[in-house]
Design a binder for this molecule. Structure first.
Ligand code: BG6
Length: 494
């Protein structure tokens, strides 16, 4: 079975993990620029300075551990001398974009998902006018895409907030950020009109509840701050949809959700209810941003917890009237949950669960689920009846490069083959409206969760290690040739 002729095959990246050039062309500093590298077992750290005394230090970045993120009195996040920050060079798309886009063209990409670095366009986040050099950089990138017939899909904010907005306003906790973001989104949608049709507002908006520094630039991780941060992003997203439609009917703005099917470990009703509640904990974000309404279960929860949102009179009308045009999501695998004890813990892409005995896992504990995408696509399509787009799927592996530059990544091909088959079933057997598929990290980049280089996802290997050594040279993995064949056959030849 093949895919529709206009299906958007491609790959995905994010500026904070790929672009580098962190000070080039007048770019400002982002929250991601103060994050050190970590590992599978060691958390990434946020470094800080006390501006009065110049004392420096760091705290662990919380990614769902539940331990509160507490900065010492008077400390603000900052770049500290002597620390290593993977985002600063990353895999240097900034200086390699022509070469990289040519490689994407060679694979036959129809689309390329990248994120725009907010601080490259508005260095302090709240500037009155955009940085011309920043605008020029992305002009060149989009012109290069056009040469190869590649349609850009641009995320406006992928795990980064201009650091100034975090220091001055506490990040997305403040409603001020709505106006700053809308100024940014409107500026770029107008500027790149005719070059960019597809935009996403916030990467994995639901990660706000576990990784609020990454997803919302928050330094206050209370439930109240996270709820307000999400609400402010919803309103900013609605205003961006409104602005897009005023600029041109051609422009479509999507939501981006971190999604994975959730399974109960047993048929114990307690397990079933537990899974339902876990699923709602993700889906309420798309109920609001794509569905247009806060679900009753979330409002009840806020009431119980004493969370009171700061809102303006027309917020809820805006959310309903300008819900997202389409729903995009990341999906790497499924999660399994239970209320029972004595089960082995699992590991996944931020939404953790327990180990599913039916799945094979990689070194980071992520399982390969052959039905994952079909289940995800059916669930989301049944719920919202809007076009969907898989904008992240892939597998991180410590690939070994041979002396001749080749990488034999048969495990990646196996994973992708199963996932693409599952996606094909959702289209061809279930009739789901799927716009496209962008494999995550198509050219090796830094891991968001661990800050490592060795957790590689790409079709293209980049010579760079966890300490920042390497030539940054690109070489093609076996999966490069395989994906090229998949695209050329419209998904028929897996
Ligand atoms: C998604 C993020 O959650 O997962 C990406 O949107 C991230 O930024 C990807 O890189 C894979 O996770 P990790 O931690 O392996 O980089």
């Amino acid at each position: 079975m093949s895919f529709p002729k206009n299906f958007l095959w491609g790959g995905a990246t994010a500026a904070n993990q790929y672009e580098g050039g962190y000070k080039d062309g007048g770019k400002g500093i982002n929250t991601s620029d103060v994050l050190t590298a970590g590992s599978h077992t060691t958390p990434r750290r946020i470094t800080w300075i006390k501006p009065d005394t110049k004392e420096t230090g760091s705290i662990n970045m919380d990614l769902g551990s539940g331990s509160p993120m507490v900065f010492p009195e008077g400390a603000v996040p900052a770049i500290v001398e002597g620390e290593y920050y993977p985002s600063h060079v990353a895999t240097d798309f900034y200086h390699h974009f022509k070469e990289d886009i040519a490689l994407m063209g060679e694979m036959g990409f129809k689309t390329f998902r990248l994120s725009m670095n907010w601080a490259r366009i508005f260095p302090n986040g709240n500037d009155e006018t955009p940085n011309a050099e920043g605008l020029k950089f992305y002009d060149e990138v989009f012109d290069e895409c056009k040469k190869y017939g590649i349609e850009p899909l641009v995320t406006l904010s992928h795990y980064e907030t201009p650091l100034n907005l975090t220091i001055k306003y506490g990040g997305w906790k403040s409603r001020k950020l709505i106006d700053f973001f809308v100024r940014y989104s409107t500026t770029v949608m107008k500027h790149y009109q005719g070059k960019v049709k597809y935009w996403l507002t916030f990467n994995e908006i639901n990660i706000m509840q576990w990784g609020c520094f990454m997803a919302g630039g928050l330094i206050d991780d209370s439930d109240q701050a996270k709820a307000q941060g999400a609400h402010n992003q919803f309103v900013a997203s609605a205003l961006t949809v409104k602005a897009a439609h005023e600029i041109s009917d051609e422009i479509k703005v999507g939501q981006m959700l971190a999604y994975q099917p959730m399974y109960a470990y047993t048929c114990d009703p307690a397990d079933q209810l537990y899974v339902l509640k876990n699923a709602q904990n993700t889906l309420w974000f798309s109920d609001v941003q794509t569905g247009g309404k806060y679900p009753a279960y979330k409002l009840k929860e806020y009431e119980r917890k004493g969370i009171v949102l700061e809102t303006e009179a027309d917020d809820f009308e805006l959310l309903e009237k300008y819900s997202a045009d389409f729903l995009s999501f990341s999906c790497y695998g499924s999660s399994t949950f239970t209320t029972h004890e004595n089960v082995e813990a699992g590991s996944g892409n931020m939404i953790m669960g327990i180990k599913n005995p039916y799945l094979q896992t990689n070194a980071w504990g992520w399982g390969t689920d052959p039905n994952c995408l079909r289940i995800a696509l059916n669930t989301l399509y049944d719920r919202y009846h809007k076009p969907l787009w898989i904008v992240e799927n892939g597998i991180g592996w410590d690939d070994q490069k041979e002396a001749d530059g080749s990488v034999h990544d048969s495990y990646r091909i196996d994973y992708l083959r199963q996932n693409i088959q599952s996606m094909s079933d959702a289209i061809n057997l279930d009739g789901v409206d799927l716009m496209g598929y962008t494999m995550w990290g198509c050219i090796d980049l830094v891991s968001a969760g661990t800050g490592e280089m060795k957790k590689r996802y790409g079709f293209v290997y980049v010579d760079r290690d966890d300490k920042g050594n390497g030539t940054l040279a690109r070489s093609k993995k076996d999966s490069f040739y395989w994906y090229k064949k998949v695209i050329a056959s419209d998904g028929a030849d897996l």
